[in-house]
Design a protein around this ligand. Structure first.
Ligand code: NAD
Length: 492
């Protein structure tokens, strides 16, 4: 059994600090027993997780439909398939990941050898967000298990069907002595955060990120913070316009209707090029979602009324609503907002000063594309930044000048699916990274281990410290053969 406090998905009112502390003791005992460290346990739990996703693809898609009206294709591609890939990669590579890594030693320590041993951290907490409730919950859990930790998952209460399904299935499939799910909201998370964890992985907004980090600081617990921000898209004029528009649209509206951390937040292009870009975007949007996008089955809805109101507030600000050039339709009863493009909204508007996280896309125009660097760098560092161009020189300048969690040239969002790339933010968009081997590393301690025998025990490191010894030691530490020879022959 892997479910701690809830049965059949109903948050338990009794999960308080006392319950959290009792659970923690059980998990620490499980971890200390050594079970989770073995290769066999890690592989068996990863296989259970794979079976869970394979057996319940339809249930997962159904939960995502209930929480977000997520289109089936998005559920299968961006949540279920990505999870399966992630598990299969860990299953294939784990033996290699677990091997100690040889490290070079120096002349100073001759004769010796050294290696870096990956050891599990202990009992770790994963707090997840609602927009990709399965992927964002289970992908870090894969890393935590692969690295040999006991783990508690706290899914988001904002996606209740997904949270309940995760709790139920993890309870049925996983080893409950070391893997638990705690459902709940602020109170339950607060009780969890009071415990001393060996690592906390939090996915969500910056405000709560600060709360998590402050709680972790009390116990000197390291954190992986997967936060968000405003992801810019810079569009040059020398591009394949149709392909670029399709890729921008997929990153924006094709990923949960803009409710994705790596969704394009705003576009920057030149005044001259903007009309062409806008026309092409409109044409492709209509091709994808029809004339009445509110009726399209291929667009997720807004997750709840709070987020619907947050988004309409951004849209309805007086100086912003007059800038809508496409879309703007909404249906509160269905929590739907159509893909919406705005042109040249004022920089001091709300929409340009917080992460949009929804289907609204402002386009800012500049005289020269280089001006985009100032716009991007004057704000908080984004989780992702995108550039569409055929100009290699400009591409190089973009890579050199734009600081973001990740960059993609001539596409959007797809770097997420490349496990050989670290996924994480910088500055306000987060700290640490995961995916692929980076997940294993983020939940491991890299232990430095040195081996020596008993031969070669040189006198020079022991008192009494003579001038010759000092000279020789200095030469040895410097690693220069010439200096060692000189010291041996009494030359300084
Ligand atoms: P959310 O509301 O689901 O919150 C995330 C988690 O924080 C939940 O489990 C919730 O229970 C917990 N939480 C909420 N308030 C809390 C409090 N006061 N104390 C302790 N825990 C609390 O998700 P959200 O924050 O709305 O998610 C959207 C944000 O997450 C956006 O900023 C987005 O960019 C970011 N995000 C980042 C990534 C990434 O991988 N970097 C992925 C998805 C979302």
């Amino acid at each position: 059994m892997g479910r701690e406090t809830q049965t059949e998905g109903k948050p338990s009112a009794s999960f308080d600090t006392v319950a959290a502390s009792a659970m923690m003791k059980e998990l620490q005992a499980a971890y200390c027993s050594g079970t989770t460290r073995s290769y066999g346990w890690r592989i068996s739990q990863l296989k259970c997780l794979l079976r869970l996703t394979e057996d319940h693809g339809e249930d997962i898609a159904q939960a995502l439909r209930s929480d977000l009206s997520k289109p089936e294709l998005e559920s299968y591609v961006y949540e279920i398939s990505m999870l399966k890939n992630s598990i299969n990669l860990a299953l294939k590579e784990l033996k290699k990941w677990m091997l100690p890594e040889k490290a070079k030693t120096s002349l100073t320590t001759f004769p010796s050898s050294a290696e870096i041993v990956s050891e599990p951290l202990g009992v770790v907490l994963v707090i997840s967000a609602w927009n990709y409730p399965f992927l964002l919950s289970l992908d870090p859990v894969i890393g935590a298990i692969a690295a040999g930790n006991a783990v508690v998952l706290k899914p988001s209460e904002i996606a209740p069907a997904s949270s309940a399904l995760l709790a139920k299935l993890m309870g049925e499939y996983m080893d409950g002595s070391a893997i638990r799910v705690v459902e709940g909201a602020v109170a339950e998370t607060t009780a969890l955060l009071e415990q001393k964890w060996d690592k906390i992985c939090y996915t969500g907004n910056c405000r709560v990120g600060r709360i998590v980090m402050a709680a972790a600081a009390k116990h000197l617990t390291p954190v992986l913070l997967e936060l968000g921000g405003k992801c810019p898209v810079v569009v040059d004029s020398n591009i394949n316009l149709k392909v670029s528009c399709r890729r921008i649209i997929m990153g924006k509206w094709g990923c949960n209707n803009g409710q994705a951390c790596i969704s394009p937040d705003y576009i920057v292009t030149t005044k001259e090029y903007a009309p062409k870009l806008i026309d092409a975007l409109k044409k492709e949007l209509e091709r994808f979602f029809g004339r009445d996008a509110l009726e399209s089955p291929d667009l997720s809805r807004i997750v709840n009324t709070n987020h619907f109101s947050r988004l309409t507030k951004l849209l309805d600000e007086d100086k912003v609503s007059v800038k809508v050039i496409y879309g703007g339709e909404r249906d509160q009863s269905k929590l739907k907002i159509a893909p919406t493009i705005l042109l040249d909204v004022p920089r001091d508007s709300l929409i340009m000063n917080e992460e949009i996280f929804g289907p609204l896309l402002p386009i800012l125009t500049v005289d020269k594309l280089e001006d985009s660097f100032d716009i991007i760098n004057s704000g908080m560092k984004p989780l992702a930044a995108y550039l569409f161009t055929s100009d290699n020189k400009f591409r190089e300048r973009f890579v050199r000048n734009v600081s973001a969690g990740g960059l993609v040239v001539n596409d959007t969002a797809i770097h997420l699916a490349v496990p050989s790339l670290p996924f994480g933010g910088v500055g306000d968009s987060g700290m640490g990274a995961y995916h692929g081997k980076f997940s294993f590393d983020t939940f491991s301690h890299k232990k430095a281990v040195m081996y020596r025998g008993f031969i070669g025990d040189a006198d020079i490191r022991y008192p009494p410290y003579t001038k010759t010894k000092v000279r020789l030691l200095q030469a040895l530490v410097s690693g220069s053969f010439l200096a060692i020879i000189r010291a041996l022959f009494g030359r300084s």
